[in-house]
Design a protein around this ligand. Structure first.
Ligand code: GTP
Ligand code: MG
Length: 207
């Protein structure tokens, strides 16, 4: 898919304030600093569309970006970063949960996981929440440029193995690097495919 246009639309705290639309949206979520905003910039080929920082906690609101006038990317604040105050963490948690429960046009959530780390409790808990809410998600293992592909693959295998106890069906996963642009084609092809199915679903609902 070619990204012809990527526009920042709005930053909000509540789902109702977000764009009123039937267009499908894809939300990026994961621990602070995992690379959500960088991945949005990498996918759209816009260096400064979403604000990034080496200091965790940069993204604090629900940010909508309209792509090709037909679908949205949504940058969310991260969860589970100890250096953010407990109150802020709780506020973000509530804001994210409310958003997830109230966006009817949420086509898929991308759960970003640092490819270098062993399974982290906040990530596993968040995936379980999505499962309980019945929200479709895929995993994206980020920052794969930071280590060898052998290490990345071993880490991913270990992560997926750890899901076997709780998940009947394994979630789909992809790998990415915002530096080398690995994963860009696969993620965009995935979005294109879901967009098509989403359009067909809307059409059949209206008939
Ligand atoms: P919050 O908004 O705080 O939740 O963080 P975020 O998940 O949006 O992370 P962000 O995109 O701001 O990136 C955090 C840091 O990781 C920045 O210093 C990025 O340059 C760096 N980074 C992100 N993705 C990659 C990647 O694929 N490879 C490398 N080497 N660095 C990355
Ligand atoms: Mg961010």
């Amino acid at each position: 898919m070619v990204i012809k246009e990527a526009k920042f639309i709005s930053s909000n705290t509540r789902a109702e304030q977000c764009p009123q639309t039937e267009l499908p949206e894809y939300a990026f979520i994961g621990r602070s600093n995992v690379g959500k905003s960088s991945l949005i910039n990498m996918l759209t080929n816009r260096l400064k569309l979403a604000k990034t920082s080496s200091f965790p906690g940069k993204t604090q609101l629900i940010n909508h970006f309209l792509i090709n006038d037909t679908w949205y990317l949504v940058d969310l604040p991260g969860y589970g970063w100890a250096k953010v105050s407990k109150d802020s963490r709780e506020d973000w948690r509530k804001m994210i949960k409310y958003y997830l429960q109230h966006r009817n046009n949420l086509a898929c959530v991308f759960v970003l996981i640092d490819s270098r780390l062993p399974p982290q409790k906040p990530d596993l808990e968040f995936m379980e929440q999505l499962g309980t809410m019945g929200i479709p998600f895929v995993l994206i293992f980020t920052k794969i440029d930071k280590q060898s592909s052998v290490k990345t693959d071993a880490n991913i295998a270990f992560f997926m193995k750890s899901l076997e106890d709780t998940w009947e069906e394994m979630p789909r996963y992809m790998k990415s690097s915002s530096v080398s642009k690995d994963g860009r084609d696969e993620i965009l092809a995935f979005i294109e495919d879901v967009n098509k199915r989403y359009k067909d679903m809307l059409k059949s609902e209206k008939q």
